[in-house]
Ligand binder design. Structure first.
Ligand code: 5GP
Ligand code: MN
Length: 348
């Protein structure tokens, strides 16, 4: 599919038909949901329930972190199912759905624990995503393009084909779309296209409180978080001669700073503010693995590095992945040497 054929009249008609014929609709996004994942789900759930009268369930593999609560709380609590907390209810929502909309991911494995239930389901499946290389064969209908800031921007474009005017969107839908676009573009720092600013403009005109979103997304953390950031940058930052920076948030540091999920959002970007650094990696120790977050400047591919060395992928300059113990690393203590070696190999 080319960018030009992402949104066609035929596909919009097909989507409207799928929505019309379904009473119960499941809306899904990826593991470790970020602002774009939660924003996409909140926006689509709001549109489908408030504008179309559907019985919507949002199903996520695990819970969004507390810093995203300003978006998560826009999803009515009786419509939100977290697979890690209530697997039976989450799978039943997928089984019972008469349409399944999957947002902000390209490969179905990214729904993690829900993957098998989604593959089994007979209902029409729709993918709306902005990553390279969608798993098109797993879906009956695919909206995929990469020249947008976020999945929320693509959802906005699709909704505009249907309703014609941002002022006709339910307020919660408009708000959530602005949230996902603002967080995924890091407040207009990355992946900004002419259409991104057009969307922002139309949503502002429609009355979305952008100042409030910026305050909630970027200026509402606990004080702990800035102390943790200070510690990581001062004590834990490694810089290689090839212009890469990396740091590891260990369990011990997490405990020391009373770390909570989602509080390191944005840390990986900070080293890139130095002129000589073109690649930044942030690793977080978990029980049997390290979660890996990668960002790069133009000309260096975060995505290739994630694919080759960290079992992951993503966008050209923003990717993620994982290192499993003992599959990838015999022991956790091997992680530093692994990262050093991967960077040397990759940037040579
Ligand atoms: P983050 O560093 O914010 O967790 O992730 C940045 C981007 O990398 C995400 O938007 C997503 O596109 C991608 N990503 C993160 N983790 C994974 C992963 O485990 N696998 C793949 N394929 N992509 C990932
Ligand atoms: Mn996204």
């Amino acid at each position: 599919m080319t960018e030009a054929t992402c949104i066609t009249k035929e596909k919009i008609d097909a989507l409207e038909g799928i929505i019309r014929r379904a009473k119960k609709i499941a809306v899904l996004s990826h593991m470790n949901p970020d602002g774009d994942a939660v924003g996409s789900c909140a926006a689509v759930a709001s549109y489908l329930s408030e504008a179309c009268g559907k019985d919507v369930k949002v199903v996520l593999p695990n819970a969004p972190g507390e810093p995203l609560a300003f978006i998560t709380k826009r999803i009515p609590q009786d419509r939100l199912l977290i697979h890690a907390k209530s697997p039976e209810a989450a799978e039943k929502a997928i089984e019972d759905a008469e349409a399944i909309l999957v947002l902000d991911l390209n490969r179905l494995e990214r729904v993690s624990s829900e993957e098998a239930a989604v593959r089994r389901a007979k209902a029409p499946k729709v993918l709306i995503d902005h990553h390279i290389g969608p798993e098109a064969e797993a879906f009956g209908l695919v909206f995929s393009k990469t020249d947008v800031s976020s999945a929320c921007e693509l959802i906005y474009q699709i909704l505009m084909e249907i309703v014609g005017d941002a002022r006709k969107l339910p307020p919660t839908c408009a708000y959530a779309l602005m949230c996902g676009m603002t967080t995924d573009s890091n407040n207009f720092a990355n992946s900004v296209f002419p259409t991104t600013l057009q969307m922002a403009s139309a949503l502002l005109e429609a009355g979305v409180d952008r100042d409030g979103i910026v305050e909630s997304a970027f200026n509402s953390y606990r004080t702990n978080r800035i102390r943790l950031l200070g510690h990581m940058l001062d004590q834990r930052l490694h810089v290689t001669p090839e212009g890469a920076a990396w740091m590891i948030l260990t369990k011990e540091i997490k405990e020391r700073f009373d770390y909570r999920d989602g509080e390191t959002e944005g840390f990986v970007n900070v080293p890139l503010t130095a002129k000589d650094i073109r690649l930044s990696i942030f690793l977080t120790e978990e029980d049997d693995r390290f979660r890996v977050s990668i960002r790069s400047k133009k000309g260096t591919s975060a995505r290739d590095l994630a694919g080759r060395f960290f079992n992951g992928g993503g966008h050209e300059n923003a990717s993620g992945g994982r290192l499993l113990v003992p599959d990838d690393l015999p022991e956790k203590g091997d992680v530093e040497a692994y990262v050093e070696n991967a960077l040397k190999e990759y940037l040579k």
